[in-house]
Ligand binder design. Structure first.
Ligand code: CTP
Length: 400
């Protein structure tokens, strides 16, 4: 995330008393690195897990802990409530969420939330039984009903030593959701999104394949941004990374990708085909490993399945394609948009150093069937993904 993303934005972080309290430090770091101003408040229980001194050091401000005493910089709960553009509770324990759902205010975190009209982000973390218990789920539903945004906990190792749902979401994910809320971009809430990513691998023999340089980074960034903006995301990828909060379907060849996408696209609202699908695949796959000889070998390639064509336009599915072009970017994109019956196309200029294939940066031109054209300059792929989602959203809302 670039430093100016949250420049000057005012975020209050409330820490409640759970083992995951120490992870709030990373979230505060992420926010201050992105330019946000952060004020921290602690419940009395949280103070037993993390110290005000540490939090003062990472937030560069005095910490509000004892709500009956004016703090160093005068941060009472009313002062904080008025100051904050957004309040995030990291971690949100079952007890704190129950208090927030009921409107109880008996320490500075719950008191500040009750005194504020700022958007509320909750990042729950607790034991799996506590999390799945009906009481907790009822409180979460009540808070969601009042427009609180919940950063779902991950499945993984819990403080108890066993594995289950209840691990605090990663700091990156929490910061991304805070950013989406602050920029008014939780607009994909409830949308079912499918993204394909990476270069397909077409088998030559059991250990070799024909492939390309695609790293899957652009697709992953598109999936992560969509999830941060509230979408329910499935990532079909040849470069699996088990991203938190995203359903991942690892695949290898174009044929496997097509099968996975057929399944994932059922009932989906948006398909983003960021994958670099191999246009040709070996005609024959050797059953055993090909042995080296001194003779040249011929690899006979056949045209591969065209996934976008095979999936075809379907009702209710907004289809986004990618185009990698060396010249005449806009004209080529327009032509591909039409021939593949897409709703929108993202054209990359390939062969430019420091962007595109394998890089963390990209520069693209977006063209929609409804006539929208957006040139996105060279930026980190995460930011390019954000702008692509802005264009998708604009086009969908226009009813392209
Ligand atoms: N695509 C696909 N199936 C293929 C090849 C491409 O679904 N066999 C998708 C890509 O994921 C991308 C779009 O089609 O979203 C355009 O891909 P690109 O390779 O640029 O276009 P091609 O149609 O293959 O044309 P060419 O390579 O000749 O430029």
């Amino acid at each position: 995330m670039s430093e100016s993303r949250l420049q000057g934005r005012r975020v209050a972080i409330g820490i409640s008393g759970g083992i995951a309290a120490y992870k709030a430090i990373e979230v505060i770091r992420g926010l201050t690195d992105a330019g946000a101003e952060v004020r921290v408040m602690l419940t009395p229980e949280a103070m037993r897990f993390v110290t005000p001194l540490t939090l003062e050091a990472v937030s560069y401000h005095p910490v509000a802990a004892d709500w009956l005493a004016a703090q160093g910089a005068g941060e009472t709960h009313i002062g904080l409530a008025e100051w904050a553009e957004l309040i995030a509770i990291v971690p949100a324990t079952a007890n704190t969420m129950a208090k927030l759902a009921l409107g109880l205010a008996d320490e500075i975190v719950s008191g500040t939330v009750l005194a504020s009209r700022a958007p509320l982000v909750l990042a729950p973390a607790m034991n799996d039984v506590m999390y799945t218990q009906q009481q907790t789920q009822d409180h979460l539903a009540a808070l969601r009903g009042r427009h609180a945004v919940v950063v779902e906990p991950a499945i993984g190792r819990l403080a108890s030593g066993k594995s289950g749902v209840g691990r605090l979401a990663s700091a990156e994910r929490i910061v991304a959701v805070i950013e989406a809320v602050l920029s008014g971009r939780r607009n994909l809430d409830g949308l079912r999104v499918v993204v394909s990513a990476g270069g397909t691998r077409e088998a030559v023999d059991p250990v070799r394949y024909v492939g390309n340089y695609s790293s899957g980074k652009m697709g992953r960034a598109l999936a992560e941004v969509a999830a941060a903006r509230g979408a329910d995301v499935t990532l079909v990828t040849t470069v699996p990374s088990n991203p938190e909060g995203i359903a991942e379907m690892p695949v290898g060849s174009a044929a496997e990708m097509l099968t996975a996408l057929e399944k994932a696209c059922t009932g989906a609202d948006v398909l983003v085909m960021a994958a670099a699908v191999a246009d040709y695949a070996p005609d024959q796959v050797a059953a055993s490993k090909l042995k080296r000889t001194d003779q040249p070998i011929d690899l006979h390639l056949r045209p591969n399945v065209d996934i976008l064509k095979a999936l075809g336009p379907r009702r209710g599915l907004f289809r986004v394609g990618f185009a990698a072009e060396t010249d005449e970017l806009r004209a080529q994109a327009q032509q591909k948009l039409e021939s593949k019956h897409l709703d929108l196309i993202v054209a990359n200029q390939v062969g430019v150093d420091g962007q595109g294939l394998g890089s963390d940066f990209n520069a693209v031109t977006v063209v929609s069937a409804s006539g929208l054209v957006v040139d996105i300059p060279r930026l980190p792929k995460w930011e390019v993904a954000g702008r692509i989602w802005d264009a998708i959203d604009t086009t969908r809302n226009r009813g392209a």
